[in-house]
Design a protein. Structure first.
Length: 585
């Protein structure tokens, strides 16, 4: 009996000291060893055999029991030539040295993981890593000696161990507000140029000049630091010192390629151009985005007087631009300008007195063209798109405009807006409600076509304040059928003094007229296709710089001698004028 009891105790001791392990296949049929941690949870303990692409299952079956895989054990895949791994969302802990010395180029860490052990991914080839907010601790040497160029640390991370990211290719670093401690040499041997720390209480770091510095080899003078507003004193006290620059919050100005940018208060990932150093030359290309202190900003505004009177000869504006400020580019030497479709507002005097400017292309979002925006230039042909609602006073005063196409959305035309130009014919779309003093005070004006059934408000006088001309007796007024009373003969009618005045019984508005005319662009010929009710009186063709290249009255226009490019075709019909852009290739 005693002998049997002794044998039973020996077996019991053996069972208690025994750690249960078993092998199972992963999702790629690699053989892995698992060890039971407790109950029905296991860790991946070892790599036994198979290929280099590992897909760890979330559950494994052994002897009829289903286990959940919650950990990857220490050195589990050490030095096995692994090229890829899938970690299941059941894993909580990645053990010390779990994937040391492999050739991993990418890894997805699930948001179930709370701890990444020391040396877990050391000596791999990882290029991009996101550490989810579920991870509170990254162990020492965890990602040392990889090829990281992008690192995303999500809020929730508390501790970063010694040498954790040493020996990578990080140029920028963003630390979430949850970080409390960062170990010695954690980010050394990276080409860091900027660090953003979001914590209002500075994380604990090593600022030693002995080589244990957290960020550099005791030399931070090439690193810019961005910290929360009002925390510079706290960061200085916590030995976050020696950086090239320290910016509190996203405020202030910075200079890139001779252009000064002001960070907008809201949203503060957008900037305004406020100045330009002429050392950069007379050709300026303003980019869509700029990066400073680890933050990429969108260029949305050009500030008032920001690039005026600096002899600019060429200017490219970005598609991100929304507003162009007052006198932003005034008094320069620009030949032409294209306003991007993103621009909504062109400020007062924005391009005034660029005396060499012969052409302007206005984008499809501009709603307001400010006062004297293009005054004192040499613009020849001008197309105002339908999106423009208001042309303010003096906007195109004193140019060389001989062809004007006013869009069907224009509502107000300000005082002297087109005064002192070379227009002979003006067509006022039906959308216009008011025309200011001297707006079309044009010595060469012979014909005015107005398409509105309700006459726009104008100034009628025998002075230079007249909307059209002090003496209208030589100007032919064309109005819609049945509107003579409203325009001319009713009490209080303003459109008086014109001679002759014609009610165009067949008059149609510009939109309808455009729909009656098509241009077919064939090899060497532009074919004008018009409805039978229209008669072509004359056509004129201009380059974008305003040079007239040909004229005639046929429906087939030869392009054989034209160079490739964009041209403006003005078609004068018996019932109105159509202006179209054509591309010749």
């Amino acid at each position: 009996m005693k002998k049997e009891l002794l044998i039973l105790m020996t077996l019991l001791i053996s069972v208690i000291g025994y750690s249960q392990t078993f092998t199972a296949l992963d999702n790629n049929n690699n053989t892995l060893e698992f060890e039971v941690i407790s109950g029905t949870t296991v860790e991946v303990n070892d790599y036994i055999s198979g290929g280099t692409d590992i897909d760890i299952p979330s559950t494994v079956l052994d002897n009829g029991i289903t286990y959940s895989v919650t950990e990857i054990g220490a050195l589990a895949f050490n030095d096995n030539g692994i090229t890829s791994v899938v970690i299941p969302t059941t894993v909580i802990n990645i053990g010390n040295g779990a994937f040391i010395n492999n050739t991993l180029t990418a890894i997805t860490i699930p948001n179930s993981v709370t701890n990444i052990g020391g040396s877990a991914f050391i000596n791999n080839q990882l290029a991009n890593v996101t550490v989810p907010g579920s991870v509170s601790n990254i162990g020492s040497y965890a990602f040392q000696n990889n090829a990281l160029t992008t690192l995303t640390l999500e809020n929730g991370l508390s501790s970063i161990g010694q040498f954790a990211f040493t020996g990578n290719q990080l140029t920028s670093l963003s630390l979430p507000s949850s970080v409390v401690t960062i170990g010695d040499v954690a980010f050394q041997a990276n080409p860091l140029s900027c660090i953003i720390s979001e914590a209002t209480t500075p994380p604990s770091i090593n600022s030693s000049n002995s080589g244990l510095d957290t960020f550099s080899f005791a030399q931070r003078s090439n690193i810019d630091l961005s910290i929360p507003s009002g925390t510079s004193g706290a960061y200085a006290s916590a030995t976050w010192t020696g950086f090239n620059s320290v910016a509190e919050g996203l405020t202030g100005t910075f200079v890139i390629d001779n252009i000064t940018y002001q960070i907008n208060p809201s949203p503060n990932n957008e900037v305004t151009v406020t100045n330009y150093n002429t050392a950069g030359g007379t050709v300026v290309n303003i980019p869509e985005t700029v990066t400073s202190a680890c933050t990429t900003f969108t260029v949305t505004d050009i500030g008032d007087f920001s690039l005026d009177n600096i002899n600019l000869t060429s200017l490219a504006l970005p598609d991100s631009l929304v507003n162009i400020g007052e006198n932003a580019f005034a008094f320069n030497d620009l030949l032409s300008i294209t306003i991007p479709d993103s621009v909504v507002m062109i400020g007062d005097g924005a391009f005034a007195q660029n005396n060499n400017m012969t052409s302007v292309t206005i984008g499809s979002s501009v709603a307001i063209i400010g006062e004297y925006a293009f005054r004192f230039n040499s613009i020849n042909n001008l197309v105002i798109p339908d999106n423009v609602l208001s042309i303010e006073s003096l906007a195109f005063n004193s140019n060389s405009i001989t062809n004007l196409d006013l869009g069907n959305g224009v509502q107000t035309i300000g005082d002297n807006a087109f005064r002192f130009n070379g227009l002979q014919t003006v067509t006022i779309p039906a959308s216009v409600t008011s025309i200011g003093d001297g707006a079309f005070f044009l010595p060469l004006l012979t014909d005015v076509y107005t398409e509105g059934i309700v006459p726009p408000t104008i100034t009628t006088s025998n002075t230079s304040a007249d909307s059209f001309f002090a003496d209208r007796s030589t100007i032919h007024l064309h109005i819609p059928a049945g509107t003579l009373g409203a325009y001319v003969t009713d009490p209080g009618a303003l459109w008086t003094g014109f001679n002759p005045v014609t009610e165009d019984a067949l008059s149609i508005d510009e939109y309808e007229l455009t729909n009656h005319v098509k241009i077919i662009n064939t090899e060497n010929v532009l074919k004008v296709i018009a409805s039978n009710s229209l008669q072509l009186n004359n056509y004129e063709v201009y380059t974008l710089t305003g040079a007239k290249i040909t004229t005639g009255n046929t429906l087939n226009i030869s392009t054989e001698t034209w160079t490739n490019g964009i041209y403006i075709l003005k078609l004068d019909f018996d019932r109105g004028t159509v202006t179209k852009k054509v591309v010749v290739k």
